[in-house]
Every structure is written in C-alpha cells, then in structure tokens.
Design a protein around this ligand. Structure first.
Ligand SMILES: Cc1cc2nc3c(=O)[nH]c(=O)nc-3n(C[C@H](O)[C@H](O)[C@H](O)COP(=O)(O)OP(=O)(O)OC[C@H]3O[C@@H](n4cnc5c(N)ncnc54)[C@H](O)[C@@H]3O)c2cc1C
Length: 345
C-alpha cells in the first residue's frame, strides 16, 4: 500500500502542509534535517503593517485571520503558549514620521491595525520620543516545533533527503523503500540543492539576530526602531534581524553584529549583555511572493516555498491552498502560483 504523501522539510511550510494533510485524513511521512534554520530562529512576529511605507501587509485581511485560528487551534490542542496577541511599538523619531502615522489613519485598510494616536514615550529605558502602536501577534516557534515534532514522531525521519534516490513514475514516486502518491518539497533555501526546483529563482537572504540579556529593560511587548526588539522571557531579548545577500552561510556575521549593536545603543538606554548570535537564510523570490504549486513536467511533485518574509502569517493558509490544489484541483492565485516561473524550470 502506498502512503499518500512524502513531505520534505519541516519548517513553517512543511508544518502547514502536514497539518492540512492530517486534517484531511491523508497518510504521510516527513523527512527533515536541520540544514536550514529560518523557521527555528525567526522572530515569530505577525505584523500586519509594512511599517516603512505605512501600508497594509500583502492580503493581510485574508491571511491574518486564517493564521490566527490555525495557531490558536494548535495552542489548544497542545495546551501550550503558541499564539499571543501583542502590540508592536514603533519608535517615532520626528514630525514627518508622526504626520505619516496620522495620514495612515485615513487609509481604511490600515485603520484596524494602528493606534489612533501617537503616544509620548514614558519608558525611560527607551530612547524614543513618541511611539505608535500596531496590533500584532507573536507565535512562539520553539513551542510550536517542540509540540508538532513530537506529535508527528511516528511519521518522522530526521535525515537529509537525497534527491538522486527519488524515482518518478506516472502515478507515484518511490524514495528508497517507500512509495507515495505525491511528494511535497518544503525545503526553504535548501531548494537550491533540489534538481527539480533549483532554477525557480529562490535566492537566499541571510538574517542575524543578537540575543541579549538586560535585567533593567522589563519589556513585554515588541518594539521597533531600525530593528525589532523581541522579549523572550527571563530578561532575554532577540534583536534584529539584518539582511545580507552574501555570504549565505550559517555562521554569525561580525558585520551584522556591529550594525545591530550600533542600532541597539541608539534604541535603549540600559546596559545589556550579548549572550548569543543566531542566523538563518530567508528563501526569497524576486517578486516577494511565495511559490505554490506542481512541477510543470511531473504531476506528483509539488512545492511550497518562497517565504522570504511573513512566513508565520502566510504559510498556514498556503499549506491549505497547496493541499486543496493537489486533492481537489483547486486553482492557485497566479500571483503565488509556480506557473509564473514555468519558463525557468
Ligand atoms: C532572521 C530571520 C527572522 C525572521 N523573522 C520572521 C518573523 O518575525 N516573522 C515572519 O513571519 N517571518 C520571519 N522570517 C521569515 C521566516 O522565517 C520564513 O518565512 C520561514 O521560516 C520559511 O519557512 P520554510 O519552512 O519555507 O523554510 P525553512 O524554515 O528553511 O525550513 C525548511 C526545512 O527543510 C529542511 N530541509 C531542507 N533541505 C532538506 C533536505 N534535502 N532534506 C531534509 N530536510 C531538508 C531544512 O533543514 C528545514 O528544516 C524570518 C527569517 C529570518 C532568517
């Protein structure tokens, strides 16, 4: 008997696909290694606003409510703190930024997410004059992956998928001793080694975070000036993340560290200690949209990828989109469909 699906990669994309396959009673296995770390080290922020341009995030009205109920259901199932509504406090440095904030209140799509006024900063540990508040949310990725990995342990193989061992037939695929109706690749930037999809044009963008300790800061919410300051509990905070096109290696960068320290020194007034630096590679596309769909030449090979940013908000719904495309032949929005890259594959 064949199993229905093999999922390669268990970051946010693989997790979403697994969840929707489970909910639709399909059998599947998961093969994942730790070669990519984007989902493990990400900030876990769901931010509905593109702050620099004061615009709503892409299709936020569609993706945010879906993500919220997706994570809340997991939260309930595992009795774990996975999803939390949390304010994002944006530093307002000058009158122009303050005016931009008030102008943004005239945009009906932004209004539900941003505070109706800019507040004076009353926290002496922060160097902001004023602060605008965004209704954001936090996904605790450590809790999310601990719980779901355990939940899927019977289907789980912690190893590197060897693409050369995949045999493709008209109606099934075989991998080593197993046979599946479909295979779904959710490899993040690991796709660059995948012979079926490496020419899609998914390129890497490395991000570093500092992990700092500060007993004096005592922050519960998110803060953003140049970078995000994210409370982790126990006086620890994540600060970042940087954007770097090269080198795409999983090694903390000294240049990123000094950029972040300079920005942090401008943002907070309390002493802090750097306790760690972590990094990951964002799987990014040129048009900044995810890639969802089926290989043009192999109808049983599929992909969910291209979450260079906002993967926390977008992946829950797009896992469902891909599963319904495969099982129910539902069409995929051309803006995210793999079809826009067919000429390259
Ligand atoms: C520094 C940083 C901060 C970020 N912060 C945020 C944030 O706050 N909010 C937000 O929404 N997004 C954020 N992102 C983006 C977010 O992390 C990504 O959108 C998301 O993690 C991508 O998930 P993915 O599952 O597609 O890829 P990945 O997380 O890279 O997962 C792919 C998985 O597949 C495995 N894999 C790859 N190849 C193979 C193979 N051959 N065999 C077996 N396994 C394989 C990898 O090891 C990995 O486990 C951030 C990214 C970075 C780098």
């Amino acid at each position: 008997m064949y199993k229905d699906f093999l999922i390669v990669g268990f970051g946010l994309s693989g997790l979403s696909v697994a969840r929707h396959l489970e909910l639709s009673n399909n059998s599947f296995d998961i093969i994942s290694d730790n070669s990519q770390r984007s989902s493990r080290i990400a900030g876990g922020i769901i931010n509905p606003v593109a702050v620099k341009r004061m615009k709503p995030a892409w299709q936020v009205e569609k993706y945010l409510p879906f993500a919220e109920s997706f994570y809340q259901a997991l939260d309930k199932q595992f009795s774990s703190d996975i999803y939390l509504n949390k304010s994002l406090n944006v530093f307002i440095h000058n009158t122009e930024q303050e005016n931009n904030w008030y102008e943004a209140l005239d945009k009906p799509r932004l209004k539900p997410f941003i505070s109706s006024q800019v507040y004076n900063n009353d926290n002496q540990n922060l160097s902001a004059d004023k602060i605008g508040k965004i209704k954001a949310a936090s996904v605790n990725l450590a809790h999310l992956f601990q719980n779901t990995k355990l939940h899927y342990q019977k289907q789980w193989k912690g190893e590197t998928f060897q693409h050369k061992d995949l045999k493709i037939d008209e109606n099934y695929v075989s991998y080593q001793k197993e046979t599946y109706k479909h295979i779904i690749f959710c490899e993040g930037f690991g796709v660059s080694k995948n012979p079926f999809f490496k020419d899609l044009g998914i390129y890497g963008n490395k991000g570093d975070y500092l992990i700092i300790e500060s007993k004096a800061l005592q922050l519960q919410e998110f803060y953003k000036a140049k970078y995000f300051l994210i409370p982790l509990g126990n006086d620890l905070y994540k600060f970042g993340a940087t954007y770097q096109r090269q080198p795409l290696i999983h090694q903390p960068s000294a240049e990123a560290k000094s950029q972040m320290m300079e920005a942090l020194d401008k943002m907070i007034k309390t002493p802090y200690k750097i306790v760690d630096q972590v990094c990951g590679i964002r799987p990014t596309t040129k048009d900044r949209r995810p890639v969802v769909g089926t290989h043009p030449k192999h109808k049983n090979i599929h992909i969910l990828n291209g979450f260079g940013s906002r993967g926390v908000m977008l992946s829950p719904k797009l896992g469902q989109t891909l599963v319904e495309h495969i099982l129910k032949k539902k069409t995929i929005d051309p803006e995210i469909s793999i079809q826009r890259f067919h000429a390259q594959i």
